[in-house]
Each structure stands twice: as C-alpha cells, then as structure tokens.
Design a protein around this ligand. Structure first.
Ligand SMILES: *Cc1c(COP(=O)(O)O)cnc(C)c1O
Length: 362
C-alpha cells in the first residue's frame, strides 16, 4: 500500500519550461520562453525594491493597488478584476471551480499546454479541436460542444503558433456556445498585436455572463519572475474564484511592481515597437533562407525545418544551442519538426539568422 493521487494525475506529462542554460564558455541568448529582451520598466524595478523594506508584513490580499492601476489603464471596474500568481494560476482556478470529474473542456490542437494539464488535474476530459493552418477553427470547436462542455479555452494569439482569430470570429464562437459554458480568452500577448481586426475580448466580457479574459505581466511587461496575471470577468465568476484562491496569492513585490509597470505606457510602447520591427525582420530573413515561418502577431515565431538530411528541428536546436542560442522544441505541441523562437535583442535575432544560414548551407 502507498498513497495514490486522484485518478488521472499520473497520466499528466509535467509542463516542460524552455531551456535556460548555454554550454560553458558561450554567451547565452535565451529565446525559449517568450520573455521580453528589454527587461522591466525601471519604475517597476524601483517599486519592487521598495516593497522589500517590509517583508515581515503580509501583502494586501485584495491586491487593491494593482487592480486599481489595471482598472485605470484599461477603463474597467476593479470589481471585475481578479489577480493571480501568474495567469497560469487563474487558468487553474477556473478549472478547479468549474470542472468536475467527467466534465469536458475544449482547447484547440496546438493550444497552450497549461489548459490540457489543468483540465486533467480536475479529472475532467480535454476535448481537442483540430486547427486549420495552425489556427484555431471556430466550426471545429463548436462541433465539439456538448452538454458536458463547461469551459472553452482560446489563446488569442496562440502560443506556440503566433496565429490569432479576428474578433468577429471570437464573437461567432461565443454566439455558438450555450450560456452555461465559459469562454476563456487567454490574451497573454495582446499588447503585441497590431491588427485592426483583433481585440483582446474586453468588450465581449462586458456584454456577456460567460466570457472571461486573462492577461499577464510575464510577457511585454517583463515581470515573469514575479508571477503576475489578471482576469477580467463578470462579478459572479470573480466571486467564485475569490473564494478558492490563496488569500495572499500575490506577493507584495508583485503588487507594487505590477502597478508601476502598467502605468508606464511609454515603456510598453517602446517594447511593442521593438517587437513589431524585429518580428517582421526575422520572419523575412528566415523565409529568405528557405524556411517556412508561421505568420505570427506575437513576440515569437514558429520556424519549420525540412525533413531529413541532418537539417531537422532537432539538428538545428543542437547547432544553435552549442552556440548559445536557446530556442524551444515544440514536439509536445504537435510540431516535431519546428522550433519556436522568441523575438530578442537585435544582436540575438541577427545571431540566429546568421547561424541558421550557416547551418542550412553546411
Ligand atoms: C506565457 C503565457 C501565459 C502567461 O503565463 P503566466 O502564468 O502569466 O506567466 C499565459 N498564456 C499563454 C498562452 C502564454 O503563452
């Protein structure tokens, strides 16, 4: 006899984060976790430092200063905002509160892996909707909705593909769902998107009782280490998650730094400009080398390699890693022969292109 976890838990493959080590002696360029190359706003760093002066005091369990800052910047009511220890925590809380064993939740074929893990952690059944051209397919999702469907997850834009659904498609998806099914719009990369037909989902949350939007400070704000996410949701859903979350789920440094970061709009704009320029440049340069790149609106690209002859994604990964350039293998996402590259500094982007040119020419 030994302790046994709940059924299904041992079938879950642990989430594998991007690698973060270069071989000894070479400079590390970590392009494996969609982190920003520009760091965090100096104002956020200063605020985090200030928070360290009172480590004996519990943080504000309501994260009021952070929620007020988010509300101000996005024009929302603080009552509709719930903060989490990263948006990952909020995704987990949604599953914990709305999925019972045997329930179903839908995500798309190449959707963010955290959904699948959290669904199965509740003993619920992940239903996978196929994609078209590495893009979520509204009809395929709607075809799979049934009486047991409690949640539908849509990363928009999606990681690791970088593709997105225009807002009219998101609206069509919502319109096809029963009122008892929650549509979870994960807009972790919303700040990077420059498309007129894109919207993060704020409007839809405001109009409906069954839509929530999650956001993060881990990407454009450069605060991944502090673990800060937030959700915009109807008050009834906020009130459900509020009962179950840890009473102090955000630490004091996170609350202070997050509030300062979101108020520094000039910093965010600079980061978005940097990304727009280098996303475009890197995509074009890699395509010029003959590689296929899935069109991305995020801060990363999915790069596909030729099959066989020593030039597969695994070969490219080994070649780049030996030179300090760490990209992300995405086999677990259904792309055994592609690598995901986060857009980095000018130096890092040029370095990847130069090394891949040598790799492919060899
Ligand atoms: C990075 C990412 C997140 C953010 O997770 P945090 O827990 O806030 O760091 C959420 N969703 C997707 C799709 C992501 O790629």
């Amino acid at each position: 006899m030994r302790p046994e976890p709940n059924s299904g838990i041992l079938d879950i493959e642990p989430y594998v984060p991007g690698k973060s080590k270069a071989p000894e002696g070479v400079t590390l360029h970590k392009l494996s976790s969609n982190e920003t190359p520009l760091g965090a706003s100096p104002k956020a760093i200063e605020a985090a430092h200030a928070a360290l002066r009172a480590l004996e005091v519990y943080p504000d369990g309501q994260a009021s200063a952070l929620r007020a800052a988010i509300a101000e910047v996005h024009g929302l009511r603080p009552q509709n905002i719930l903060c989490g220890n990263g948006s990952d925590e909020l995704l987990g809380l949604l599953c914990q509160c709305f999925l019972a064993p045997g329930d179903e939740a839908i995500h798309s074929e190449h959707g963010f892996l955290v959904y699948n893990i959290q669904i199965r952690a509740r003993g619920a059944v992940p239903i996978v909707a196929p994609e078209v051209d590495a893009t979520a397919d509204v009809d395929a999702i709607l075809e799979r909705v049934g009486e047991k469907t409690k949640l539908v997850f849509l990363a928009n834009p999606n990681n690791p593909t970088g593709t997105y659904l225009p807002f009219d498609e998101v609206r069509r998806l919502h319109a096809g769902l029963p009122k008892s099914t929650i549509l979870v719009l994960d807009a972790a990369y919303a700040e990077y998107v420059r498309r007129n037909d894109y919207a993060s989902g704020i409007e839809l949350v405001s109009e409906a009782e069954n839509v929530v939007m999650t956001r993060t400070f881990s990407k454009i704000y450069g605060l991944a280490a502090l673990r800060i996410g937030w959700m915009y949701a109807p008050e009834a859903i906020v009130s459900v998650l509020d009962r179950v979350r840890g009473p102090f789920n955000l630490n004091a440094a996170a609350i202070a730094a997050g509030a300062a970061a979101i108020m520094d709009r000039a910093f965010v704009e600079k980061a978005a400009d940097h990304n727009a320029h280098w996303l475009d440049w890197t995509t074009r340069e890699l395509e010029a080398l003959g590689l296929r790149v899935t069109p991305s609106v995020g801060n990363f690209i999915l790069v596909h390699f030729p099959d066989g002859d020593g030039r597969t994604a695994a070969d490219a990964d080994a070649y780049l890693t030996a030179r300090g350039y760490i990209l992300r293998r995405v086999t677990g996402y259904g792309f055994p022969n592609a690598l995901r590259m986060s857009i980095g500094t000018e130096e890092a982007n040029r370095g990847v292109v130069d090394h891949l040119a040598a790799f492919l020419g060899a």
